[in-house]
Design a binder for this molecule. Structure first.
Ligand SMILES: [Zn+2]
Length: 307
């Protein structure tokens, strides 16, 4: 069941996981993610199980599951892979499915209930990527954004059985004056495939931030961090299907195979550190999972301050 559970309003507190499970809010008793790999995730539980989690209420940077040795408390001993619950959250991102969020008292004290588990409404999965976590192993991470009340249509009030139509955002395309300027430099031609999309209003292209805007990446809204892409290539790039090499070759991240060169125009310089950052987000998409800790290559500013 995706979306709200009939009769369970936001803010409902459950004494324990079992009570939340019986109401259908978050069914598993231990796992943090409820879902099926190729259908989507219906709910997550944010309860402080992973030290990499970050909770800002309207945004959650959530760590995927797996890699732990259950005999050693919560101790990651292997890389996480994009399968099972992690794949389910990725599917939710691709389909724009709403995810119920249950916060437990073990999470960040700012937004967690004092006791038990609280249902905190619906979020959508904005994007996902991999990085080396505090344990030194690869973790998959998911940025969840709270769905505003305006995004959900009210129930229809009539004698007919209630028809509830709810929607959510599948893909947010950010338009800034910077992305607009880059699109104009490229005359809306995609820097990967060279095509522009014709609409009745003229050619259409999207500005793609190489290092993502917003937490935890905080990429700059500057021309050097923006590509002009067609919608297809924008999705492929955001989801890590391909990355760019330092000499701006387009490389399939799963196979490492080069597939052409980024199209460039005068007066649009690409920021290489942003290219490297994006590549780092998907560098574990091709490698086989490791059981040897790695040096972390990505640290968010928040963590640097707390270590
Ligand atoms: Zn394209």
């Amino acid at each position: 069941v995706f979306g709200e559970i009939n009769g369970v309003v936001e803010g409902t507190v459950f004494a324990n996981r079992k009570a939340a499970s019986e109401r259908g809010v978050h069914r598993p008793l231990v796992a943090g993610i409820a879902g099926i790999a190729d259908e989507g995730a219906e709910s997550i539980c944010v309860a402080g199980g992973y030290p990499d989690d970050e909770d800002y209420w309207s945004e959650i940077i959530y760590t995927g599951q797996g890699g732990n040795d259950t005999t050693k408390a919560v101790r990651q001993v292997r890389d996480q892979v994009l399968e099972a619950g992690n794949r389910a959250l990725a599917t939710s991102a691709d389909r724009g499915l709403p995810v119920r969020v249950l916060r437990g008292s073990g999470g960040d004290p700012t937004y967690s209930p004092l006791q038990g588990y609280r249902y905190d409404g619906l979020y959508y999965v904005d994007r996902y990527w991999s990085e080396v976590g505090r344990s030194g192993f690869v973790v998959w991470r998911f940025r969840l954004v709270r769905i505003g009340e305006a995004a959900v249509a009210p129930s229809v009030d009539s004698d007919e059985p209630a028809t509830r139509i709810s929607g959510t955002v599948q893909r947010l395309v950010r338009n800034t004056s910077v992305t607009q300027a880059v699109k104009e430099l490229h005359k809306s031609l995609c820097q990967i495939c060279g095509v522009n999309v014709e609409t009745v209003a003229g050619p259409y292209a999207e500005g793609c931030h190489i290092k993502p805007l917003g937490r935890p990446h905080d990429g700059p809204d500057a021309p050097g961090n923006v590509l002009c892409l067609c919608p297809n290539d924008h999705v492929r790039f955001d989801r890590g299907w391909f990355v760019l090499s330092d000499d701006l070759e387009i490389v399939e991240s799963a196979t490492g195979r080069p597939s052409g060169r980024l199209r460039l125009v005068k007066h649009h310089m690409i920021n290489l550190s942003c290219v490297q950052y994006h590549r780092g987000l998907f560098s574990s998409a091709s490698e086989s999972p490791s059981s040897t800790p790695r040096e972390s290559s990505l640290r968010t500013p928040k963590k640097q301050g707390t270590q």
